[in-house]
Each structure stands twice: as C-alpha cells, then as structure tokens.
Ligand binder design. Structure first.
Ligand code: AMP
Ligand code: MG
Length: 426
C-alpha cells in the first residue's frame, strides 16, 4: 500500500492504486487503510479524576513526589535494630499509620508498629508480631531478622520525577487510583469524541410501535448504543431514517456538521433502495469495500462533508444485526480509540480447543460466535449452532468470537482455534 494517495484520490479513482481491489479487501488491509486517514482529536479539557474513567490523557504525568513519601512498615509487628536481635527488647512506644512515633530508638529498645506506620528513627528492620515472644514488659525474637526486612522504602511505588502515565493513555480504574496516590485531583484529557449514528431502512420500526407485515424492529441502534457506551464516546442517536434520499441526505449532512464521526447501518450494499452510496459519493470521500469476511461483507469508510463544510469520519456498516456488531468490533472500535487520541491495541487472540467440527471455506476471515466454557479445569470453545448474520440471539448467547483466518479451511473437532473474548475485566 502506498501512503501518498489521498482519500479522495482513492475514492474517486480506485485504479490509481496498484493491488487495490475494493471487491476483495482483506480484514487486515481494510484496517490499515482506515488507520492512515484518521486524524485524532486535539482539543483538551481539565476534568476531575473521578470523571476521567475511559478518557484519554492529553499530557504526560510525571510524579511530583515519592509514593510512599516515607519508609513504612509492611507488617504489624516491632521495629528494632538488627544488631539487637538476640536481646530482650523494651517496648518504648507505638507507631500507628498516620501517627508516627516521634522519638529515636536506642540500643535494646523496640517500637510496636502497625502496617503503614512510619519507621521510627534508629530502627532498621521490622519483625512481624507472630515471630516474637512476650518477655516481661518487653519482647524476645524467635528468628534472626534481616536488615530492611518488612520495610517499604520511600518511593517504592513511584519515585519523584519518574514518568507515571503517558499522553494517549486510556484511563482505567487502577490509573484513577494511581493519580490520586500522587495527590492529583484533576487531569488534562482529550475532549470526548462525538459520534452520531442512525439506522436506515423502510422496513425498520422504532420500538413501542406496532409492526405491519414485512416490518421489523430496529435493533442495530441498540447494539451500537451499547458498544459506543462502553467506549465512552459522546453519543448522538439520530434514530431510524427510511430509504428516502432526501431524508437520508438531510440527516447525513447535519450529522456530519455536528459530530466527529457518523456511523450508519444498512443500505451500503447495492440493493435497489440503497441510496447511501450515491449520497456519500456526492458529499464525501468514501471507499466502498466488499471485505473477505463473514459476517459483514459490505463496509464503507471515509469522510463526509457536513452542511457547515466540516468533515466527519464515516463508517457505513452492513444492516444485518450480527454483521453490524462484528464490523464494529473489527474496524470501528479500533478507529474510534485512535480518534479519541489513544493507541488502539489489537484484541488479544487466545488458542483453545474447539469441541465441534467447523465447515469453512478458505479465502475469507470468519468471526463465528462461540461459547467458551470450562471442562474439568480446561477452557474449551464450542461454536453456537446458528451462525446466520441476522441471528442476534446467538450473538447474545456468545461470549467470544472464534476467529478463523482466510488461510484456515474446514476444522475437525478438537482443533485448536483462536478466540477473541467479548468481555474483559472492567
Ligand atoms: P441492508 O444492509 O440495508 O441491505 O440490510 C440487510 C439486512 O439487515 C436486511 O434484512 C435488513 O432488514 C436488516 N437490517 C438493516 N438494518 C437493520 C436494523 N437497524 N435493525 C435490524 N435489522 C436491520
Ligand atoms: Mg436496507
């Protein structure tokens, strides 16, 4: 792939590129094309740490202090001098977390100390409570302690001046605690990405209304809503738009004016009522692909010029409900994370044994819905019985994708296959 071609050159003259066949695009090539035209958000804002989960850092964070900022005890026990190990030691005071012992330890003395309490001056080891015998108003040790044992040094977690988190980092629960441990109450993050979406199709009815013959409820907006919510973008739901070129045009242009990204589902293949292609060609620089994958063959990606002259990124997803979801997870998720200012990491693939045979043709990538389960301590996967791209119930029942690359053909049962988890620790 040559990087020099602009999106509009490829959109309006696909033959300008060697090896570019919009009718036979591999999953990997489509990802690479999308990646090279993404321009991440640059506007920033300062927000409280408690509101920053899932947001992307716009600055590096350098530690302003040592964490912890004092040597402290890792145990409940006694602080003492290693050299005094074989003596009877007099308890001269107690150090609590938050209430240090202020005096200095002398030979033959010890301090009762709690976890997290500052190590008193003069002590160089902590012996845990369970390793000590009471002897009169003092203690005797029944082990020989080592220098520095059970002492957490200042800066053990973070050292002053060290890099803690980098610009572009997508903030997770541990990060919120980490920046709080530095005493920071606010963070500079990129503004949220504004993502609009609408469903297209004359047959689609909004929930709450009765269905006439041939009509179905619009479900794609709900799955898109769910997937976008998980990504933490700002969501603009523009409803269902029938296959009417004027209505589609008005909605598309206003969506592109007010958002960074516009996602539609349905109408990007070449059916009679698929007006989206004409509109997108008129108002944007959009690439239409047939991807070598199942489900989710048609995919459109590009930029659309809104009525105010601004360009928004555009993703046209296939209408079939499972194809919408698979295309979102395989192409849109990664692109949105990049646009949010972060670096999208590929979803990890794990190898597990598949308990059933799978029929598959080579030459395309398949994302089958699978169920991962534990069998006598070993995790195994079985494909769900109905893999049709319109069957959302098997997507709901699935907890992973079985990813079969284009070089893979039929698999016998007990073959090791790659899976992608649909859920993670959040
Ligand atoms: P299309 O991509 O518009 O040709 O649609 C392909 C299939 O997906 C058709 O059976 C549509 O009825 C169905 N479909 C399209 N959009 C939706 C939607 N929002 N919710 C449920 N099914 C849909
Ligand atoms: Mg349609």
């Amino acid at each position: 792939m040559t990087k020099s071609n602009s999106l509009s050159e490829i959109a309006f003259n696909p033959s300008c590129m060697e090896d570019y066949d919009p009718n036979a695009m591999s999953v990997q090539a489509a990802r690479l094309y999308i990646q090279q035209f993404l321009n991440p958000i640059t506007a920033t804002e300062i927000i409280p740490v408690m509101q920053s989960l899932g947001r992307v850092l716009a600055t590096d964070i350098i530690s302003p202090s040592n964490v912890p900022n004092h040597h402290n005890s890792a145990m409940d026990g006694f602080a003492l001098k290693v050299a005094d190990a074989d003596k009877n030691l007099k308890i001269i005071g107690t150090a609590f977390a938050g209430q240090p012992y202020l005096g200095e330890l002398k030979a033959g003395e010890c301090i009762k100390i709690m976890t997290g309490a500052v190590i008193p001056a003069g002590a160089n080891t902590v012996v845990m409570q369970e390793r000590v015998e009471m002897a009169g108003d003092g203690i005797r040790l029944n082990i020989a302690p080592k220098l520095g044992e059970n002492i957490r040094p200042a800066g053990d977690d973070l050292k002053i001046g060290q890099s803690v988190l980098s610009k572009g980092h997508l903030l997770r629960p541990a990060d919120l605690g980490l920046v709080a441990s530095l005493g920071l109450g606010e963070l500079c993050v990129y503004k949220p990405l504004k993502v609009a979406f609408f469903s297209t199709g004359d047959e689609l009815i909004r929930v709450g209304n009765p269905l006439n013959e041939g009509q179905i409820y619009d479900s794609n907006r709900y799955t898109l809503f769910g997937m976008l919510s998980r990504l933490g973008v700002e969501i603009n739901d523009l409803g269902v738009v029938p296959d009417n070129p004027d209505l589609l045009e008005v909605t598309l242009l206003s969506a592109a004016s007010n958002n960074d990204v516009v996602i539609t589902s349905g109408g990007v293949s070449v059916g009679e009522a698929d007006y989206m292609k004409t509109l997108l060609t008129r108002h944007g620089q959009v690439l239409f692909w047939k991807i070598n994958m199942k489900p989710g063959r048609p995919l459109a990606y590009g930029k659309v010029k809104g009525s105010n002259g601004q360009f928004a990124h555009y993703f046209g997803l296939p209408g079939n409900p499972v194809a919408t979801m698979v295309s979102f997870y395989q192409f849109v998720r990664e692109a949105l994370i990049t646009l949010m200012g972060s670096v999208a990491k590929p979803l990890p693939l794990f190898k597990v044994e598949c308990t059933e045979a799978i029929k598959k043709a080579t030459g395309r990538t398949e994302f089958q819905r699978g169920f991962l389960y534990e069998d006598l301590g070993v995790w195994k996967v079985k494909p769900l019985p109905n893999q049709s791209s319109g069957v959302l119930s098997s997507m709901s029942a699935a907890n992973c994708f079985i990813v079969l690359s284009d070089t893979v053909g039929n698999c016998t049962s007990n073959t090791m296959v790659s899976i992608q988890l649909l859920e993670g620790i959040i």
